[in-house]
Design a protein around this ligand. Structure first.
Ligand code: NAD
Length: 313
């Protein structure tokens, strides 16, 4: 099987490339090495993925030779995007529209034009829910994002669904719940916390730390993504992918304190605008249709990420 992975130099995309390669896929990676965070981390991800990425194309989706890349793929894994809730306000919203909505539309058009019409597996987000109507949250509840980022992720999900409904494309959207593990982006909480804990530096936490998240280890995420590539599912379908626990940020800090075996210097700041108080997924649909369940608990996953941070990322 031949994969086109967009966002292949990123945290999840590079991990997915390795997973696919290990199970016999040939992987072409596409990534523009955007400067949302230091591209040296992305170069490192590509180096770490080694020969898992047979061909790497450094280009923006909107100007890449997409028709050729799509023609050579049995499945397109669309992980490229502009992440981050907090930076999505203000002037930078335009970057979110470009990378998350426009780039997805350009990709779907290319798949629509192609004769092979590969399946598209899209990396959506729990951010589409905002403060959800109910917990654990099912896919059929009305999404009400609380951040501009969530709005753009939801818009791209709608694009996937309508290209499926109107043009018969085989799309699957997976709503990832806060992903962590080796290669986690430098702007994300666990990488910041673990680096500071090892250095003995202050750890900055938004709000009280009582906000809870359904954290998901990256190996569990890429297993779900790989299953979505071949599972028999309805076109346009949407699934939650989550670790299945409910942990506060303070719980996470407790685990880190035990792992590094020293007291942490935690400093609290104002809550971040657009952050929700709670996320918690109902994963019965993905368990039923993809036979997928998370298998890594928070302590084991944090220990793996700590090892990676200790090795110098
Ligand atoms: N990390 C999480 O907790 C999380 C949660 C929910 C959803 N997601 C989604 O999963 C995907 C991957 O997230 P990540 O954490 O690995 O982020 P990441 O920033 O590490 O990876 C995304 C990659 O996409 C590339 N990219 C961005 N715009 C592009 C464009 N126009 N053309 C080509 N490449 C482009 C970037 O250079 C980057 O390497 C994103 O779509 C994100 O929205 C992530």
């Amino acid at each position: 099987m031949r994969a086109l992975v967009t966002g292949a130099a990123g945290f999840i995309g590079s991990t997915l490339a390795e997973k696919l390669h290990a199970t016999g896929w040939t992987v072409t990676g596409l990534d523009n090495l955007s400067t949302y965070y230091d591209p040296k981390f992305k170069q490192r991800n590509i180096r770490s993925a080694g020969d898992a990425i047979t061909r790497f194309v450094e280009a923006d989706i909107r100007s890449a030779p997409l028709d050729d890349l799509v023609a050579d793929a049995d499945v397109v894994f669309h992980l490229a995007g502009q992440p981050g809730v907090r930076k999505s306000w203000g002037d930078s919203f335009a970057d979110y529209v470009d990378a998350n909505i426009s780039a997805t539309q350009v990709l779907l058009e290319s798949v629509h034009r192609s004769s092979s019409r590969p399946r598209v597996v899209y990396a959506s987000s729990s951010s589409v829910y905002g403060d959800a109507e109910a917990y654990p949250t099912r896919e059929d509840l009305e999404p009400r994002p609380r951040s501009p980022y969530g709005v753009t992720k939801l818009a791209a999900e709608h694009l996937c669904r309508l290209y499926a409904a109107n043009h018969g494309l085989s799309t699957v959207s997976l709503r990832f719940f806060t992903v962590y593990g080796p290669r986690q982006r430098p702007d994300m909480a666990f990488t910041r916390f673990l680096s500071a804990a090892l250095e003995g530096d202050p750890i900055s936490v938004y709000g009280t730390g009582e906000q809870t998240r359904d954290f998901t280890f990256v190996d569990d995420i890429v297993e779900a993504v790989a299953r979505a590539a071949t599972a028999e599912v309805s076109p346009g379908s949407v699934y939650n992918v989550s670790g299945g626990g409910s942990h506060s940020v303070n719980d996470v800090l407790d685990v880190i304190e035990k792992l590094v075996n020293r007291p942490l210097d935690v400093r609290r700041s104002a809550p971040a605008v657009g952050d929700v108080q709670r996320t918690s997924a109902d994963t019965s649909a993905i368990a039923r249709d993809l036979d997928w369940r998370a298998s890594t608990d928070l302590t084991a996953g944090l220990a793996a990420q700590l090892e990676w941070v200790r090795r110098g990322r």
